[in-house]
Design a protein around this ligand. Structure first.
Ligand SMILES: C[S@@+](CC[C@H](N)C(=O)[O-])C[C@H]1O[C@@H](n2cnc3c(N)ncnc32)[C@H](O)[C@@H]1O
Length: 195
């Protein structure tokens, strides 16, 4: 098996793990009533951009090899770095889902009896799930040796994060008031102790 093919297989396994973690929460979310939301066209676009960059475009590349002209030689160290980043991303992704539990939503929504979660990864950063998307995007760039399919995940993450984080924090401030502003004072956004 070539080094490039190994990277593609690791990426595919990562995406399957991602979906296995996410699926039960999507099902459960359908049963929990939404009491308030900040859905918008921009948020839908940002979510679609993240899905496109982190899943659709790389999946198309892995299945078809297109655009082959943008390929570059794969390196085993890069596959190792990418696999490690993906594994860390999946661990954080699972922890965030377990912590959020019935409060989880794919978009900006407040659920019936929504609780402010400040434990687990949320004790250090306010957006650990987006941190896991950033790590996935970085992992993808190392795993897929293609100048278009590789970096697409980081771009998808950036669109989602910069379109959403401010709005999400404003929504949480409106709902939880001083509890959320206190929480903001003691946490960073996506990188512990830094940002
Ligand atoms: C896709 S989740 C992402 C959560 C968080 N931004 C993250 O990156 O881990 C978005 C939803 O999670 C909920 N949420 C975000 N932070 C929360 C917190 N600290 N406690 C409870 N719910 C939260 C909000 O209702 C929001 O609609």
């Amino acid at each position: 098996m070539s080094v490039a093919a190994a990277g593609e297989i690791v990426w595919m396994i990562g995406i399957v793990v991602w979906y296995v973690i996410r699926y039960p929460f999507e099902r459960r979310a359908k049963r929990v009533r939404i009491v308030s939301h900040r859905r918008s066209g921009l948020d839908r676009f940002a979510l679609a951009a993240a899905l496109f960059g982190l899943a659709i475009l790389p999946a198309f590349y892995v299945v078809t090899g297109i655009p082959r002209a943008a390929d570059y030689p794969a390196r085993s160290w890069a596959i190792f770095v990418g696999a490690s980043m993906f594994a860390l991303a999946m661990w954080i992704f699972r922890r965030t889902h377990k912590e959020l539990g019935r409060n989880w939503s794919i978009t900006l929504e407040i659920r019936d009896r929504h609780e402010l979660v400040c434990g687990g990864p949320y004790a250090l950063i306010r957006h650990p799930m987006y941190t896991s998307f950033l790590l996935m995007g970085l992992g993808q760039a190392f795993l897929l040796s293609n100048w278009i399919a590789g970096p697409a995940g980081i771009i998808g993450f950036a669109v989602l994060f910069f379109a959403r984080a401010d709005k999400e924090e404003r929504m949480m401030l409106e709902i939880f008031g001083s509890r959320y502003s206190d929480y903001m004072r003691r946490t960073k956004r996506i990188i512990p102790y830094l940002y």
